[in-house]
Design a binder for this molecule. Structure first.
Ligand SMILES: NC(=O)c1ccc[n+]([C@@H]2O[C@H](COP(=O)([O-])OP(=O)(O)OC[C@H]3O[C@@H](n4cnc5c(N)ncnc54)[C@H](OP(=O)(O)O)[C@@H]3O)[C@@H](O)[C@H]2O)c1
Length: 379
């Protein structure tokens, strides 16, 4: 049997770099329209569309489908790959790991690909155990990886020892030494369960751990992957202030902290991050897209197609404004054109969907005035 160190040695070294991602973009000169590749603060060059790996069954057919889809995406001009340890019970991360091996054999280097994942939700290993409580108790409680009082809503944990465990599992699943962006997954899950001060303390300790993971070369940067908290009304219980989160990162990591990414849903049906002025930065009230820019955070949007629903029956004025034929292309063009969004994630387990969605990379993102007209017309 191999020792853990020997297994470690087999991991793909390296990480996404400014030079590697720039070289990736250069492969698509002439095929990708200006504006498809965007430079994030820190110098990484990201594609305007990223491949997500959330939906689908935890079975072998979907494992293979995702591996093929990730290969097709990277071959086609998409260099942002998004996962989470709980997606399909760790199987999506393993599909990406299989794709990375195939891509290496095809001449794509680790330095070209921006690999992102998330931790927070309790996750079985590959399949649902007969008795989930017994599994989590044996795997995490008994070895002291988390304590019962660190679990919120029966499913969520941000304790440093747990994050360390999850990060090592994700690195193993991907077969890499370093994950480029490591997100706390839906931290707002804990907001209704614990007092605000305790929530702040948990985020601080999580960020401290994440800074140490950067220093150890296990992650390149970290972020918050969210659903409601940055889109909500400031008065709601589930709301978070981006400036307050950035302040915690400064406390944990100093002025050069590595809290660099936020993920939230932004699509034709969920435009709050663009339209709702719910954030205050340096005394000014603004929407999330502006707040993220003001604090130097790269914004990644999720659910570009509202989990497939925007791939059918959009009103005709959207096509008239954005000028692409299929509904899915129109919805993607909207998501990737939002000023302030660097990458719009779209879930794709089928190669045919990757190929269809690659159509938009040959088109420039909608210019600001065209984009804003869309909202005047929608009233
Ligand atoms: N809180 C969070 O952190 C959070 C929440 C949600 C999502 N995300 C991330 O964002 C990614 C995208 O969101 P999502 O996957 O939930 O939803 P989505 O991107 O809005 O939609 C994905 C669905 O659309 C289908 N699809 C893709 N291209 C299509 C096309 N051209 N025509 C018709 N259908 C098409 C996919 O089918 P196939 O699979 O069959 O190709 C899949 O069923 C996720 O995968 C995940 O990485 C993060």
């Amino acid at each position: 049997m191999s020792s853990p160190a020997a297994i470690d040695n087999k991991r793909m070294p390296g990480r996404a770099t400014p030079q590697g991602t720039l070289r990736y973009a250069a492969r698509f000169q002439g095929r990708a329209a200006p504006g498809h590749f965007r430079e994030a603060p820190g110098g990484l060059v990201l594609s305007s569309i990223g491949i997500g790996t959330y939906l689908g069954e935890p079975d072998e057919a979907t494992d293979k489908a995702y591996a093929d889809a990730v290969v097709a995406a990277i071959e086609g001009g998409i260099n942002v790959v998004d996962s989470a340890i709980n997606y399909r019970l760790q199987r999506s991360e393993r599909s990406i790991g299989a794709a990375l091996k195939q891509l290496a054999a095809k001449g794509f280097s680790r330095e070209e690909i921006v690999l992102c994942t998330k931790a927070g939700f309790l996750t079985p290993d590959g399949e649902m155990p007969d008795d989930a409580n017994e599994y989590f108790s044996r795997e995490f409680l008994e070895p002291g990886i988390f304590r019962p009082e660190e679990i919120a809503a029966g499913c969520h944990c941000m304790a440093p020892r747990y994050l360390a465990d999850q990060l090592d599992r994700s690195r193993r699943n991907f077969g890499v030494e370093c994950v480029d962006v490591f997100y706390l997954h839906n931290p707002e899950t804990q907001l209704s369960e614990i007092p605000a001060e305790e929530f702040r303390r948990r985020i601080y300790e999580a960020f401290q751990f994440l800074e140490s993971a950067v220093a150890a070369g296990k992650i390149g940067a970290y972020g918050l992957a969210t659903w409601n908290c940055f889109r909500d009304d400031p008065k709601s219980q589930g709301y978070l202030s981006l400036a307050a989160m950035e302040e915690i990162a400064r406390e944990a990591g100093g002025a050069e902290h590595h809290f660099r990414f936020v993920q939230l849903p932004l699509n034709l049906a969920m435009p709050e991050a663009l339209l709702r002025p719910n954030q205050v930065v340096a005394g000014k009230t603004m929407a999330m897209v502006q707040a993220a820019r003001a604090v130097g955070i790269t914004l990644v949007s999720s659910a570009a197609l509202l989990q497939g629903q925007l791939a059918r029956n959009l009103p005709p004025y959207i096509g008239a404004a954005l000028g692409l034929k299929s509904y899915s292309a129109q919805a993607l063009q909207f998501a990737r054109s939002v000023p302030g969004v660097t990458t719009a994630l779209v879930g794709m387990s089928r190669v045919e969907h990757v190929r269809a969605n690659l159509e938009v990379i040959g088109v420039e993102p909608a210019p600001r005035d065209q984009f804003l007209k869309l909202f005047e017309r929608s009233g």
